[in-house]
Design a binder for this molecule. Structure first.
Ligand SMILES: O=P(O)(O)OC[C@H]1O[C@H](OP(=O)(O)OP(=O)(O)O)[C@H](O)[C@@H]1O
Ligand SMILES: Nc1nc2[nH]cnc2c(=O)[nH]1
Ligand SMILES: [Mg+2]
Length: 184
C-alpha cells in the first residue's frame, strides 16, 4: 500500500464531505432544540468519533461540555471481537447529567449497547446517542439511537474518523476500500 496516495486504495465514495456536513447541520439543529435550557454533556467515543464530535459540536449553539471515553472492540481487524475494553474512562461525574454519546458508527451495536448500560449505571438524568452512520442489517443487538446521520449497507467503510488498521481516518468523506488493500 502506498500510504501517500489514499485515493488509490478506495473503491467508492459512499458519502461526500458535503453530504456529511449538511446532515450534521440538521442533527445539530435537532440537538439544540431538544436540549434547550439543559446543561448537556457530549461524550465522544475515541478514536472513531473525533471528526463527528468536532463537526457536530461546532454546529451547536448550546454551551455544552465535552468529555471522552476510549473503548475498543475491533483491534486492527474488520470484525468486532464483541469484547469491549475501556482504554480511557471519563473524567466527568455523570450523576444527574444529560449525556449525549457521540459516535461515528453503529455496526453490530455491541459497543454502544455496552456503553449505554455502562453510562446509565452512573446515575445520569438521561443518556442518548448521536451516531453519524448505522448499518441496520448488521445489528446483533438492538440499540435505541436518538440521532442517526445515515443508514448505510453492510460494508466495511473508512474515512471521517473510521480506520482500517489505523489508516484512512483523515479522509474527509466516507468510502469503501479496494480489495487490494485487504490483500496486503
Ligand atoms: O457497533 P459495533 O460493531 O460495536 O462497531 C462500532 C464501533 O467500532 C468502531 O470502533 P473501534 O472499536 O474499531 O475503535 P476506534 O473507534 O478506535 O476505531 C467504531 O468507531 C465504533 O465505536
Ligand atoms: N472502519 C470501520 N470501523 C468499523 N467499526 C464497525 N464497523 C466499522 C466499519 O464499517 N468501518
Ligand atoms: Mg469507535
Amino acid at each position: 500500500m502506498d500510504a501517500h496516495d489514499m485515493g488509490k486504495d478506495l473503491e467508492k465514495v459512499l458519502l461526500t464531505q458535503e453530504q456529511i456536513e449538511d446532515r450534521l447541520t440538521e442533527m445539530a439543529a435537532q440537538v439544540d432544540a431538544d436540549y434547550a435550557g439543559k446543561d448537556l454533556l457530549l461524550v465522544g467515543v475515541l478514536r472513531g468519533a473525533v471528526m463527528v464530535m468536532a463537526d457536530l459540536s461546532r454546529r451547536l449553539h448550546l454551551p455544552v461540555q465535552m468529555d471522552w471515553m476510549a473503548v475498543s472492540s475491533y483491534g486492527s481487524g474488520t470484525k468486532s471481537s464483541g469484547v469491549v475494553r475501556i482504554l480511557k474512562d471519563l473524567d466527568t461525574d455523570l450523576h444527574g447529567r444529560d449525556v449525549l454519546i457521540v459516535e461515528d458508527i453503529i455496526d453490530s451495536g455491541l459497543t454502544l449497547s455496552w456503553l449505554l448500560s455502562n453510562l446509565r449505571s452512573r446515575g445520569p438524568a438521561s443518556v442518548e446517542i448521536a451516531a453519524l452512520l448505522r448499518k441496520p442489517e448488521a445489528a446483533k443487538v438492538p440499540v435505541d439511537v436518538r440521532y442517526v446521520g445515515f443508514d448505510i449497507p453492510t460494508e466495511f467503510v473508512v474515512g471521517y474518523g473510521l480506520d482500517y488498521a489505523e489508516r484512512y481516518r483523515n479522509l474527509p468523506f466516507v468510502g469503501t476500500l479496494a480489495p487490494h488493500v485487504y490483500g496486503g
